[in-house]
Design a protein around this ligand. Structure first.
Ligand SMILES: Nc1nc2c(ncn2[C@@H]2O[C@H](COP(=O)(O)OP(=O)(O)OP(=O)(O)O)[C@@H](O)[C@H]2O)c(=O)[nH]1
Ligand SMILES: [Mg+2]
Length: 444
C-alpha cells in the first residue's frame, strides 16, 4: 500500500449545516491530529475506527466535536486517515482546515482521495466512475446505475471475459510450444467457439448502452408541430411551470426552450421548438431551422396537433421532417375544445387534462429496457468504446482463425484483453485516469 503526502479537505458541502466532515489522508494524519485534537485519550493511543469526543483546535477558534482514525490499509484511500466531525459552519470548517494546512497537509485536489483509493487497488476505475454517477445523479435510476458500477457488477462480467481470453491464450501457447504435435481441427473449432461465446457476451453488454446512455444523459424528447398547436403550453404543463412564452400569435416560439422532469426515477429533457412552417420572417426562419435540427437528435418526438383541425396536410408535411428512426407520439391538444380520435392521446394543456397519462405514454415509449431501469445497463461511453474495441479485435481473430498460424492470432486476442482492461483501469493511460478524477468534487 503506497502512502503519499498528507492531503486534507472538507468532505461535506461548504454550507451552514449540522455537521461538517474534514478528512486527512496520507503518511501521517495522526501526527497532525495529535497537535490539534484534545481529549481524555491521547491521540497516539486512539483505537482505529472508534469515535473520540474532544476539542478540535482550529486557526483562531476551537470547536467541540469528534475524531476518528482509520488505519491503513482498512481505510477509504488505503492510507492512514483521520476524520474530524465538527459543526458544519463555514467559519468553523475553514478555521480547522487552515490549522491542518499549517501543520503540513496540503489541500486535496478534486477526487484525490478516490484517486489514491484507485492507485492503492481499493477501487477499480469503473467503480470510481460509478461513485461519480452516484454523487452527481439527479435521477434514482442513474444513482442505481452508479451503484452497479461502484459495486463492481460490470467488472465481474468483464473479468469473466478477460479470464476466458487468457485461457484461450494459454491453450494456443501450449500448441505453439509443441508444434510437432500439429493442431487438430477439433482444437481450432473449440478456440473458435470459445471466442464466439466471449464476443457474444460482450455484445450483450454493449447492447445495453442504448438504454443506459439515455439514463445517463436524460431522455431527449422534442415537442414539434405546426404553429399555435399548443407545443409551448404542453411543455409548461409537463414541467408544471411557466417556462415557455405562450400567446395566440402563431410563431411565438423562436429559440428552443428546454426543461427537465423526473418520470419514474428517470430524467427526461424536453425541448419545445418553433412551429414548423414556410415563413419569410428571418428570425422565425432561424427558429424553424433549429426545430428541424433538434428533431435529428431526439430520442422521442411529441408531435402536437390541434384537435379542432385534426391532422391537416400541413401536419402531414411536418411529420415528414421527423427522422424515421425516431419514435413519435401523436398528441391531439385542445381536447377541451373538440374531440379528435385519430391521435395516440388527447390532452388539454390549458386545463391539464390527461397530462399525467401523457407522461406515462412518454415513459413507455422511451425505449428503456428492464435492465436499464434496474440500473443494470452500461451507462459510460468510455466502457462502451472499450467493449466495442474488444469485440472488433475478436472479430479480426475469427476472420483469420484456421487460415493464419495461431501465434499471429494471439496479438489480437491480447489486444481484446487489453481493451477490456481499460474498464478497470489496469491498461489505462494516465491522461484518461486524470480526466476521470477531475470530474469529482474536492473532498471525495
Ligand atoms: N383551448 C385551448 N387552448 C390552448 C390549449 N393549449 C394551448 N392553447 C392556446 O393556443 C395558443 C397557442 O399556444 P402555444 O402553446 O403558444 O402554441 P405553440 O404551438 O407553442 O405555438 P408557436 O410557438 O407559435 O409555434 C395560445 O393562445 C394558448 O392559450 C388547450 O389545451 N386548449
Ligand atoms: Mg411555442
Amino acid at each position: 500500500m503506497r502512502s503519499f503526502e498528507n492531503i486534507a479537505a472538507l468532505s461535506t458541502a461548504p454550507l451552514a449545516s449540522g455537521v461538517g466532515v474534514i478528512r486527512i489522508s496520507g503518511e501521517s494524519p495522526l501526527q497532525i491530529a495529535e497537535k490539534m485534537f484534545k481529549c481524555k485519550t491521547p491521540v497516539k493511543d486512539f483505537e482505529p475506527y472508534k469515535m473520540y469526543v474532544g476539542t478540535i483546535e482550529g486557526d483562531g477558534l476551537n470547536d467541540f466535536g469528534m475524531c476518528v482514525y482509520f488505519k491503513s490499509p482498512r481505510s477509504y484511500t488505503g492510507e492512514d486517515m483521520v476524520e474530524f466531525h465538527c459543526h458544519g459552519g463555514v467559519a468553523i470548517t475553514r478555521a480547522i482546515l487552515s490549522k491542518i494546512f499549517s501543520l503540513g497537509a496540503r489541500s486535496a485536489e478534486r477526487g484525490e482521495f478516490t484517486k489514491r483509493a484507485f492507485l492503492n487497488g481499493k477501487l477499480s476505475l469503473s467503480s470510481c466512475e460509478g461513485l461519480i454517477d452516484m454523487i452527481n445523479a439527479e435521477s434514482t435510476v442513474l444513482a442505481k446505475s452508479g451503484l452497479y458500477l461502484y459495486r463492481e457488477k460490470l467488472l465481474g462480467k468483464i473479468k469473466n471475459a478477460q479470464d476466458e481470453l487468457k485461457n484461450v491464450l494459454a491453450k494456443i501457447s501450449a500448441n505453439i510450444d509443441y508444434p510437432e504435435e500439429g493442431i487438430e481441427q477439433s482444437e481450432t473449432d473449440e478456440i473458435k467457439e470459445r471466442i464466439i461465446a466471449v464476443r457474444q457476451n460482450l455484445q450483450t453488454i454493449a447492447d445495453t448502452y442504448k438504454s443506459g446512455s439515455k439514463i445517463k444523459s436524460g431522455v431527449k424528447v422534442v415537442i414539434a408541430g405546426k404553429p399555435n398547436a399548443g407545443k409551448s403550453s404542453i411543455l409548461n404543463a409537463l414541467l408544471n411551470e411557466d417556462k415557455a412564452i405562450v400567446t395566440s400569435v402563431a410563431g411565438t416560439t423562436r429559440d428552443v426552450v428546454e426543461g427537465s422532469i423526473d418520470i419514474n426515477g428517470v430524467k427526461f429533457d424536453f425541448f419545445d421548438t418553433a412551429g414548423i412552417r414556410e415563413t419569410e420572417d428571418p428570425v422565425e426562419k432561424i427558429g424553424v431551422r433549429r426545430s428541424l435540427s433538434t428533431l435529428n437528435s431526439a430520442d422521442l418526438v411529441l408531435f402536437i396537433i390541434d384537435s379542432e383541425t385534426g391532422i391537416t396536410e400541413e401536419d402531414e408535411q411536418i411529420k415528414k421532417s421527423i427522422p424515421q428512426s425516431v419514435p413519435v407520439i401523436c398528441v391531439a391538444n385542445k381536447a377541451d375544445l373538440k374531440d379528435f380520435s385519430g391521435s395516440d392521446i388527447s390532452v388539454s394543456a390549458l386545463n391539464g387534462d390527461d397530462i399525467e397519462s401523457l407522461k406515462k405514454l412518454i415513459f413507455d415509449n422511451a425505449g428503456l429496457d428492464e435492465l436499464a431501469l434496474a440500473g443494470d445497463a452500461l451507462t459510460e461511453e468510455r466502457h462502451y468504446h472499450a467493449i466495442k474495441k474488444s469485440i472488433g479485435y475478436l472479430g479480426n481473430v475469427l476472420d483469420v482463425l484456421g487460415v493464419l498460424p495461431l501465434d499471429i492470432l494471439t496479438v489480437d486476442i491480447e489486444k481484446a484483453w487489453s481493451a477490456l482492461g481499460e474498464i478497470s483501469g489496469e491498461t489505462c493511460v494516465e491522461e484518461v485516469i486524470s480526466e476521470i478524477f477531475s470530474k469529482f468534487c474536492v473532498g471525495k
